[in-house]
Design a protein around this ligand. Structure first.
Ligand SMILES: Nc1nc2c([nH]c(=O)n2[C@H]2C[C@H](O)[C@@H](COP(=O)(O)OP(=O)(O)OP(=O)(O)O)O2)c(=O)[nH]1
Ligand SMILES: [Mg+2]
Length: 136
């Protein structure tokens, strides 16, 4: 019998600019899934609400300020990695203050929803990309 996988809650966001493009960020060397493109975000800390965690991560990773009222719940993904089970809600956000900068990623890119599939992303993100393409 194998050990049950721990479920890890990660929150992520599709930032959408005025041209309808979505921000993706490249995971840096040395991290798990390095080189793959992802939606900015990260793990929810103990005692933290998901929206609070996302606001904190967006400040740390991109240097932007986001108001909680501007985070719209969209879809989620549930994916079994080898060492944990990922549960990741994706929010949409069209309003923030500041200019996005790559504080923790190796690159950032604004991409049209129908071109997201040109960028290698973690396997958990595949359904999210399909929803963005179909619903944005
Ligand atoms: N942020 C984010 N994480 C994702 C995505 N897809 C995906 O499988 N993940 C996985 C990668 C990681 O195993 C986990 C959370 O990643 P993370 O490295 O961003 O966590 P974090 O910002 O809190 O960073 P750290 O403090 O743990 O280094 O979720 C995605 O689109 N965005
Ligand atoms: Mg992160």
């Amino acid at each position: 019998m194998s050990e049950p996988l721990k479920t890890v809650l990660v929150v992520a966001v599709a930032l959408i600019d005025t041209d309808g493009r979505v921000l993706i960020a490249q995971r840096p060397e040395g991290k798990q899934l390095a080189g793959l493109w992802e939606f900015p975000g990260g793990k929810v800390d103990p005692g933290e609400r998901p929206e609070q965690a996302l606001i904190r991560e967006l400040k740390e990773e991109l240097g932007i300020d986001v108001n909680e009222a501007c985070l719209a719940p969209f879809v989620f993904t549930s994916h079994a990695y080898e060492s944990f089970h990922l549960l990741m809600p994706l929010y949409l956000c069209r309003r923030w203050s500041g200019v996005v900068q790559a504080h923790e990623h190796s690159a950032l890119k604004w991409v049209r929803p129908n071109q997201l599939s040109d960028y290698p992303m973690p396997p958990a993100d595949e359904p999210l990309v399909a929803w963005l393409r179909d619903l944005l």
